[in-house]
Design a protein around this ligand. Structure first.
Ligand code: ZN
Length: 268
């Protein structure tokens, strides 16, 4: 499932490869992923010239001169820039550009392709509820939030309305780097622990971002990300030695989810 490193890499690449292209035609094979009827979606975006793409949480926002295209790959998917005769077999939407290239959109399970008119992004409920991107949260913001939150640190970091972009791939290593047990209450953190957590969020996400995201997602040209299982410190490595103290990593139940921790480095 894509998280901030994958989505932010994709946004940067979309700006690089798609800005300036003009949409000529849109093929809609899964109308359910749209927020408006297919004919209206097509009419709204045909002729649009693409600008910059940014992201928040799992959403990609592509500016155009006619409004915004919002994409969310859900549990994962592919955005592929191809020649129209090389379209992948599995696709839900295809944007054909006037220069002869096409952007094929596929979701493994279910995703969204939404359109908002200029100046109407604030009316888009699904993205209006999102918190700031995890890499845009300052130490001051995190410290202020921690003072008021009785929530457990893991639930807080995964709550997309508080901080957007962290999911199950990166959470385990972020908490490990911060030396925090997932069930620690945010309100109990010392200033040093908060600054350690802030640094761990940045480190946990930028290491992958700099490598183009995780290996299980591909970029617009079909190349997998460079962040592999070898780059993961303790997540999904039950029984392997902790890289700091060699205690075996354990998988524990934390509410409805499982967590990977070093019981020595991350005591409750
Ligand atoms: Zn350890």
């Amino acid at each position: 499932m894509p998280e901030l490193p994958e989505i932010a890499s994709r946004a940067a690449q979309m700006t690089e490869l798609l800005a300036g292209k003009v949409i000529q035609e849109i093929t809609v094979l899964q109308p359910k992923c749209l927020n408006i009827p297919a004919a209206e979606f097509q009419a709204s975006l045909c002729g649009a010239k693409l600008g910059k793409t940014t992201c928040r949480g799992k959403w990609l926002f592509t500016e155009t001169d006619l409004g915004r295209l919002l994409l969310n790959l859900g549990m994962g998917g592919e955005l592929l820039l191809v020649k129209p005769d090389r379209l992948p077999e599995k696709r839900r939407l295809v944007f054909h550009f006037t220069d002869g290239e096409a952007l094929s959109v596929n979701f493994w399970w279910f995703g969204y392709a939404h359109f908002t008119r200029p100046d109407e992004l604030h009316r888009h409920e699904m993205t209006a509820r999102l918190g700031p991107n995890a890499l845009d949260v300052s130490l001051k913001d995190l410290a202020a939030a921690a003072k008021t939150q009785r929530t457990r640190v893991k639930s807080y970091l995964l709550d997309q309305s508080k901080i957007a972009g962290i999911g199950n791939a990166y959470i385990h290593d972020i908490l490990f780097q911060a030396r925090l047990h997932p069930l620690t209450q945010l309100i109990t953190l010392t200033p040093d622990q908060i600054s350690g957590l802030h640094a761990a969020i940045r480190k946990g996400l930028t290491t992958s971002l700099e490598k183009g995201g995780a290996f299980y997602e591909v970029d617009l040209l079909g190349r997998p990300g460079g962040f592999t299982m070898d780059d993961i410190l303790i997540g999904y490595k039950e029984g392997k030695p902790c890289p700091v103290c060699s205690t075996p990593i354990t998988k524990i139940k934390t509410g409805a989810t499982s967590s990977y921790i070093c019981p020595h480095c991350q005591p409750l």
